[in-house]
Design a protein around this ligand. Structure first.
Ligand code: NAD
Length: 391
């Protein structure tokens, strides 16, 4: 008999918000999860109005505090099974803390919080109470990202010498925050975005991608943060040079002033046996370069073990339900994959069988802390003549 769908509560997302939409699609993607409740806006009346006009029935709440209080009164099976936080960065910590303290799993947008201390506090609660926690680093959800991780971690590229992980956009090349763009307005405000603008917003994605695929840590950073657009308090261009835990080096960089670039995120990794290239705007494809050989292009859905480069491939990577190669997966599928993996952990949590996630399927709360430490070290380095700062 099929299991009941999990109930998800959403915090944020009303009034023309952005990232709630891919999340909603991802939640409904498999038919095993649904949105049942939401506190959609900071203003209670607006939150209720938005909920009433939502395009499918949900239980609306005037605030996330009331959502928590009322949902806890419901029996398990009727109440929310996990909460999704899609508010601006400064409204992650408080709801995440409250829902964790009530024992409810949290799926939180990145960056986890606006300070390292807040993120550590969340990690301490989630870890001590053993509650599933996902930080929404979308791009880890691409099949090719997991495939890249398998390739690098199985040593097929040899020792990693250099990686260039980048996320380049152009949408903040002029003062979008003064042109009524809701998403720009809070992103340029240190009180609501955090200590780094571009770095916190998308540099964290580039950081997480590098760490997830290579399994390496960033140990030290020298950073150059620039605000090219006059009058901005936060960087709109973020470049770091990094020392990695294996002795390798890396560049982790992001920009929001590079006109013409949309979501130009990608990574190149150079090992002593070969190189790997992946691009987010063409996410079905992974390129491997080996000395003296024609380039190998792998496509999701058309990969075979023991092909002369690859060895055996892990069952859980290969058996995942997916559409045939050439029917393209993208951004929404990546989100869906994260929610799908998180669902498995939430179900085992509800059955009292959850074992702490190891970060191989999605970014966990400890990864969120590391990303904040990376941003904090980069800001410190930039403020100290780009000196090397240990994480
Ligand atoms: N993972 C990704 O790829 C990705 C992409 C974009 C944004 N994000 C992250 O998602 C978050 C939201 O970004 P966005 O671009 O969707 O922002 P947005 O401004 O479009 O939406 C924010 C929403 O939060 C609501 N909100 C604010 N305070 C609230 C409160 N106290 N209670 C209830 N609702 C409240 C707003 O009304 C709005 O609906 C940010 O943390 C951002 O960094 C992640």
């Amino acid at each position: 008999m099929p299991q009941r769908p999990l109930n998800v509560g959403i915090i944020g997302g009303g009034g023309g918000a952005f990232i709630v939409n891919p999340h909603q699609k991802a939640i409904f993607f498999d038919g095993t999860r649904r949105v049942s409740a939401a506190a959609l806006m900071p203003d209670p009346a607006q939150a209720m109005e938005e909920a009433e006009n939502w395009n499918y029935p949900i239980q609306g709440y005037p605030s996330y505090d009331e959502m928590l209080e009322e949902e806890l009164k419901k029996p398990l099976g009727e109440r929310i099974d996990y909460v999704l936080i899609v508010t601006p960065n400064f409204v992650h910590y408080d709801p995440a803390k409250k829902f964790l303290e009530a024992g409810i799993p949290v799926f939180c947008e990145k960056p986890l919080t606006i300070t390292v201390e807040e993120s550590q506090e969340l990690a301490a609660i989630a870890n001590s109470k053993n509650i599933p926690f996902c930080v929404a680093h979308t791009y880890l959800g691409h099949w090719t990202t997991r495939f890249a991780r398998h390739i690098v971690k199985s040593g097929l590229l040899g020792d990693i010498r250099w990686a260039d992980s980048s996320y380049i956009q152009g949408w903040l090349a002029s003062r979008a925050e003064e042109a009524g763009v809701q998403q720009a307005e809070w992103r340029v405000d240190p009180k609501r975005a955090g200590a780094s603008g571009c770095g916190g917003d998308i540099g964290t994605h580039a950081y997480m991608h590098l760490c997830f695929i290579t399994g390496l840590e960033v140990e030290e950073v020298s950073a150059f943060l620039v605000n090219f657009v006059e009058g901005r308090a936060l960087d709109d261009h973020f470049t770091t040079y990094c020392k990695l835990s294996n002795g390798g080096k890396a560049m982790i960089r992001a920009s929001q002033i590079s006109i013409g670039h949309k979501n130009d995120m990608g990574i190149e990794i150079n090992g002593d046996k070969g190189s790997l290239i992946w691009e987010q705007e063409n996410p079905e494809k992974l390129v491997i370069l080996l000395k003296g050989q024609p380039e190998r292009t792998y496509w999701r859905g058309d990969v075979e073990a023991n092909d002369g480069f690859l060895g055996d491939l892990p069952e859980d990577l290969m058996s995942e339900p997916t559409i045939p190669s050439g029917h393209t997966e993208g951004f929404h599928d990546a989100f869906a994959r994260l929610h799908r993996y998180f669902e498995v952990d939430v179900r085992s949590y509800l059955e009292g069988k959850y074992e702490k996630a190891d970060g191989s399927k999605y970014a966990v709360v400890d990864d969120g802390v590391k990303a904040l430490q990376f941003i904090s070290a980069a800001v410190e380095s930039n403020n100290n003549n780009n000196s090397w700062v240990k994480l």
